[in-house]
Design a protein around this ligand. Structure first.
Ligand code: DON
Length: 305
């Protein structure tokens, strides 16, 4: 690829941050602990479909919580905003991603934390039955511009250790937030979290968000402008969990992280950014990913405000 100033910057950032070894690879999903902690990839996709990448941008890892953003957009489009917005709030929780705490009226705080994402799966399962997971996987694939496979070992590992999510799902079911059985709904949620993506995929998905729901590489319309705008809004306030305030203050770009080590950031009308580095901080966000986005935001004045 032709060397451009942008590519040079990505390369310098990659070189500068490779020495950063803070954070831990998560082990609460035992299979995730097997990740190579040193891998590091940075990819950037523009809304005219150019992709720039350095490092381990073709290495597959599980999408985990980043899927929550796309699935919320899918729920808004397929189930209808009114129903989704009645069932799931849009306030930051101020708690960890796996918090069991619900709002005073017993709803998930937002769709970016586990309770909200599980409720989203429940709504889609109610409406579509056995077609729910195939549609979720296909939609994530349309955002990425290719078919995504699941990591069966991570799926089984999370299902066999996911009692905290089971507790959240039972609580939601108790309040009518999900109607299907806990196992049915969590099967969809765990499968969605186990889909494999690369940093390049995350950049293209981010660019699809930035491009108001049109994948800039494939040209496909994958979500409505309404669903994209509302999802970006919730990503802004809650995408980085209890670091969300600090993130939007410092980086100023809507984003979503996952415990697989990925971060997707989307600057409306401009670009998508995808990073992959498995070591996480105490909030569950990739340490190098956060630093990369901070440096990018500063260097290219990406802060949206
Ligand atoms: O439910 C879980 O705990 C995982 N499948 C996803 C959590 C996650 O990615 C939070 N991200 N930082």
């Amino acid at each position: 690829m032709l060397e451009t100033p942008l590519l040079r910057f990505l390369s310098q950032t990659h070189d500068a941050l490779i020495a950063l070894r803070d954070g831990e690879v998560p082990s609460y999903i035992p299979e995730l602990a097997k990740a190579d902690p040193d891998q590091f990839g940075i990819a950037l996709a523009t809304i005219d479909g150019h992709v720039y990448e350095v490092g381990d941008t073709q290495v597959p890892f599980t999408i985990q919580s980043i899927s929550k953003a796309v699935v919320f957009a899918l729920a808004l489009d397929t189930i209808g905003a009114e129903r989704v917005e009645t069932a799931i709030g849009v306030e930051p929780s101020g708690d960890a991603f796996n918090s069991i705490r619900l709002t005073p009226d017993n709803r998930p705080f937002n769709a970016m934390v586990n309770s909200g994402a599980i409720a989203c799966c429940g709504l889609i399962a109610d409406a579509l039955g056995a077609e729910a997971f195939p549609l979720i996987a296909a939609t994530l694939g349309r955002f990425a511009g290719r078919t995504l496979d699941a990591d069966e070992a991570v799926f089984v590992s999370e299902r066999s250790t996911g009692d905290r999510n089971r507790a959240i799902a039972y609580l939601l079911r108790n309040y009518g937030g999900i109607r299907g059985t806990v196992d049915e709904v969590l099967d969809i949620y765990f499968r969605q979290c186990s889909l494999l993506v690369t940093a390049r995929d995350l950049a293209v998905m981010g660019a699809t968000f930035a491009n108001h729901g049109v994948n800039p590489v494939t040209g496909e319309v994958v979500a409505s402008p309404y669903a994209i705008a509302r999802t970006l809004a919730v990503m802004s306030s809650s995408g980085m969990y209890d670091f969300a305030g600090e993130w939007i203050y410092r980086v100023g770009v809507p984003a979503k992280s996952g415990v697989g080590g990925g971060i997707l950031a989307a600057l409306p009308a401009q670009l998508g950014l995808g990073t992959f580095s498995p070591r996480l901080d105490a909030h569950g966000n990739s340490v190098r990913g956060i630093r990369t986005c901070e440096l990018m935001s500063e260097a290219f004045d990406l802060h949206m405000l």
